[in-house]
Design a protein around this ligand. Structure first.
Ligand SMILES: [Zn+2]
Ligand SMILES: [Zn+2]
Length: 397
């Protein structure tokens, strides 16, 4: 079965590359992936996919479709994200973005093309499927607060789905390798904000004021003690202050100080611990210095937590496709991915496909205006996605 998948993935490579370059030339930002949706919809209809549904979140972006096997069975989902970024491309390539100031700089163009390649394989091999494969082309992965995954789930895309798989092409990982990890793999991303209110006055008469800058300085230092003194050293958390605003002139003690920052955690319990401790410290320290403050803590995107059994399945599949030397367990990364929302509902696995190759000018980081990937890795990604569905739904042959 895997030989056949690999053979087809190689045969479809020119088509997958062409699609990826099309998406790259016509990038669309989050929740505006309309032209992209139309293109994918046409391709899926030509392939004979069923139950094609387009438009989510009150927009015309996003698409789901199904490939039905010859025998009844479970339903598994494969997901690709669709959005580009507000970045002006600096690559000198024939398929450079034609949209000024918008670029596929995270590789989501590759994800869509590879999922279409996998869909073609599954359509050709559907005689061997017991059950259904639901394809999810998801808008808006990049903006956590407007997550396309969350919106699609609200609109029922996971109904009847037993498990889900997705990948990210990953430039820090050398081309052609697969990186997997069981349990937490990518961090939860949260934002926090506080306004510390004191009593302003003349810089020469601090005794007549309640100086919020002193409270703010203590808050900034003390929240770092959450990581060093309260969190289990074996667990991980990051607390950063990203913005600090106060005052207008050198001789005025201001009324307020506004602080903003982000936190990253992997385990939901640690996330809760960080939130509670931040609130206690911000309020407590402000009171100590005769000021008042409230903490606004917003949970943006949960952590990506891979199902153990499904990770094993991906690892085995990758080793069968690439050989064990090119499959590695990776350390968790602090970036976030809204694939995590699917994993809160059903068992899911997310993995990295190495796409970095400095010899081909594909060594720049994600979200860089020079980001690019080694397209030769596509057949591996296509085989992994198709292989996962066939492993889950395939009849033993
Ligand atoms: Zn990104
Ligand atoms: Zn991405």
């Amino acid at each position: 079965m895997l030989d056949r998948i690999r053979e087809l993935a190689t045969a479809y490579q020119p088509e997958v590359v062409e699609l990826r370059r099309f998406f790259h030339m016509y990038p669309e930002v989050s929740w505006e992936e309309v032209r992209t949706t139309e293109k994918i919809s046409e391709i899926l209809a030509d392939m004979g996919c069923e139950n094609i549904r387009t438009g989510f979140g009150g927009t015309r972006a996003g698409i789901t479709a199904e490939i039905t096997g010859s025998r009844p069975g479970k339903c598994v989902a494969l997901r690709a994200d669709m959005d580009a970024l507000p970045i002006n491309e600096e690559n000198e390539i024939p398929y450079r973005s034609l949209s000024q100031g918008v670029m596929h700089a995270c590789g989501h163009d590759c994800h869509m093309a590879m999922l279409l390649g996998a869909a073609r394989i599954l359509s050709v091999m559907k005689e061997q499927l017991s059950g259904k494969v639901r394809l999810l082309f998801q808008p808006c992965e990049e903006i956590g607060l407007r997550s396309g995954a969350l919106q699609m789930i609200r609109e029922g895309v996971l109904e009847g789905v037993e498990s889900i798989c997705g990948l990210h092409i990953w430039s820090p990982l050398p081309a052609g390798r697969i990186g997997y990890r069981s349990g937490p793999m990518m961090a939860a991303c949260d934002a926090w904000e506080t306004i510390i209110r004191g009593k302003g006055g003349h810089g020469s008469a601090p005794h007549e004021t309640f100086d919020p800058t002193i409270a703010a300085a203590q808050v900034i230092s003390s929240i770092q003690c959450i990581v060093s003194r309260e969190i289990d050293p074996q667990a991980t958390a990051v607390i950063s202050t990203g913005s600090m605003q106060a005052g207008s002139l050198f001789n005025i003690i201001p009324e307020t100080v506004r602080l903003e920052g982000t936190t990253r955690t992997f385990i939901p319990e640690v996330q809760g611990q960080v939130e509670k401790a931040m609130e206690r410290i911000v309020k407590g320290i402000s009171q100590t210095f005769r000021c008042e403050a409230d903490l606004r803590y917003t949970r943006y995107v949960p952590s990506t937590i891979n199902d153990k059994g499904m990770t094993l399945c991906i690892r085995e599949l990758a080793e069968e496709i690439l050989g064990p030397d090119r499959v590695e367990e990776i350390v968790p990364v602090m970036a976030s991915e809204d694939f995590s929302y699917y994993q809160r509902e059903i068992p899911g696995v997310f993995f990295f496909l190495g796409g970095g190759n400095s010899e081909k000018e594909a060594g720049f980081p994600h979200h860089s205006p020079r980001f690019n990937v080694d397209e030769e890795v596509f057949p591996t990604g296509v085989s992994m996605l198709a292989g996962f569905a066939l492993k889950k739904l395939g009849s033993p042959s």
